[in-house]
Ligand binder design. Structure first.
Ligand SMILES: [Zn+2]
Length: 505
């Protein structure tokens, strides 16, 4: 029965415009003040159900799927297929079967900005004066996430608009184009499978798009609003960090071509995806305000390694490592590169310690750092603040144990060497567990770090960071929620040398 169906659908397709059962989407923006966006998709079903990913929103039970309108499905002869909404972003196609090629089309109401979103709107969709931002999982209704076959995505946009995507462009149907397929109107790209399609972001509009080659990477910058004029500041912030990250991890992340979308927002926030990152920046972008926006850029760049190339086996229990270690490394590398002067770095260290004490003592979060990952947006002070404090304490512990010949850099290198390559072209590599981090931290320091992780990461004991600052010649003076970091006069040369190894001269 199944093979019969496959033969039938192959025959039908052979006679149609498509030469084979390829997956494609066509995205249409009808005018330059759109209230909806139209999407048409053609693909083979994996089951009788298709769906859109659901990002949590307190006001929208089914997340962005709740903004999908007028969804219709047709078989490959154009006959309508009845659809039933099955909840949680899923639609059932009545009497449809796996393997059957269908065409769907739908509109999305561009009202994402009217709602709150768990991870922030920078990881969902928003409108700007310049156009439209979307993550793939807020734009595409898909038959499943497993397929690694190429997906053709074309855009029909208003005059003067262009599509900035993380995917390679297709020049006049020529696969493997150089990504520069014209300025506006019709643009076509190829995503490397369903995950590459949905787990990325894109921008459509009249923004500035510029491709920059930096240290073996290609960045497609998509800048909106007043940030169009700040391109060089962003490039200058990224340039010294990339070789430093490559050296620390001991290699490149899985992708070397990334889309970077930066727009003005009502709050600063960012999200990293396997081939792109999205940032909203509140306020001006100047050298003086780099403590905020430069930190965001450095943090998202580091996620290309820690988070996307090195990825955890657990869905939420290792957020302390993904977010916390990334943020600590961000502080360290901005200091080493000179992008942050010491007075900014020391305040970031004070803030790191403050977030942890606020989470533990004022917010009264009783979860372990690992458990808090399940609610990481609400408990970010413990997950991210606490996680970065653990990274700092571990960095110092490794240096103390090795006479400052090794540090957290070496743990990250060991993680990359064993677990790097997880996301490459949809293939599943080995993902790390909590026990892997504990084991490698022990190997790098030459002594067991098990009790440390059990107490402060898997357990709920309070990590006193004052002795950690002490050990590198600094003094943290605290009173309630006030934190003051200073240089300790009695610091020994060995302690000072450790601080220099971590933060640079
Ligand atoms: Zn992050």
């Amino acid at each position: 029965m199944k093979s019969f169906l496959r033969i039938v659908s192959t025959l039908i397709l052979a006679g149609s415009a498509a030469a084979h059962a390829s997956t494609s989407y066509a995205v249409t923006v009808a005018n330059d003040k759109p209230t909806t966006i139209h999407v048409a998709g053609t693909f083979a079903l994996v089951s009788d159900t298709i769906g859109m990913y659901v990002t949590s929103s307190p006001q929208l039970e089914d997340g962005q799927a709740g903004l999908v309108r007028n969804l219709v499905a047709r078989d490959s002869e154009g006959a309508l297929i009845d659809t039933e909404y099955a909840g949680k972003g899923d639609w059932r196609l009545v009497n449809a079967v796996a393997g059957q090629v269908v065409e769907i089309e739908y509109d999305i109401a561009l009202v994402h900005g009217d709602y709150d979103w768990g991870p922030g709107i920078d990881e969902v969709a928003y409108r700007q004066d310049d156009g439209l931002f979307f993550t793939g999982f807020s734009l595409f209704v898909v038959p499943g996430y497993e397929s690694s076959e190429l997906v053709t995505v074309s855009f029909d946009l208003p005059e003067g608009w262009r599509a900035s995507t993380p995917w390679l462009g297709v020049d006049a149907g020529d696969v493997g184009g150089d990504g520069d397929s014209g300025n506006s109107g019709d643009q076509t790209f190829r995503a490397a499978g369903m995950m590459d399609l949905v787990r990325n972001c894109l921008f459509l509009g009249t923004h500035l798009e510029e491709t920059v080659s930096l240290e073996g990477f290609t960045f497609v910058l998509a800048l909106g609003g007043e940030f169009k004029a700040q391109k060089q500041l962003f490039v200058d912030a990224m340039a010294p960090l990339l070789p430093a990250y490559v050296e620390m991890f001991g290699g490149m992340p899985n992708a070397s071509r990334y889309l970077v979308v930066i727009n003005p927002g009502s709050r600063s926030d960012g999200g990293a995806f396997p081939g792109s990152y999205s940032m909203l920046i509140k306020g001006e972008v100047t050298r003086e305000s780099a403590a905020v926006w430069g930190h965001g850029i450095a943090h998202e760049l580091a996620h290309f390694w820690n988070g996307h190339t090195i990825a955890p086996a657990s869905g939420h229990e290792e957020e302390w490592f993904k977010e916390g270690f990334t943020d600590y490394l961000t502080i360290v590398h901005l200091a080493r590169s000179g992008l942050d002067p010491w007075q900014v770095t020391s305040r970031k260290l004070e803030n790191m310690a403050r977030r942890y004490i606020v989470a533990k003592r004022l917010m009264g979060i009783e979860d372990s750092m690992r458990a808090a990952g399940a609610d990481k947006h609400k408990k970010r002070f413990l997950v991210c603040g606490g996680g970065s404090l653990v990274a700092f304490a571990l960095d110092v512990r490794i240096r103390e144990a090795t006479d400052n010949t090794a540090g957290l850099d070496d743990l990250m290198k060991a993680m990359y060497s064993e677990f790097g390559g997880v996301e490459s072209s949809g293939a599943r590599g080995r993902r790390y567990t909590f026990e892997d981090v504990v084991r490698l931290a022990g190997e790098v320091s030459g002594e067991s770090q098990k009790a440390f992780f059990q107490s402060y990461v898997d357990g709920t004991e309070y990590l006193d960071v004052v002795p950690v600052f002490d050990a590198i010649g600094l003094r943290l003076t605290t009173m309630m929620d006030e934190f003051y970091l200073s240089e300790r006069e009695s610091a020994t040369p060995a302690q000072k040398a450790m601080a220099v190894s971590i933060f640079g001269e």
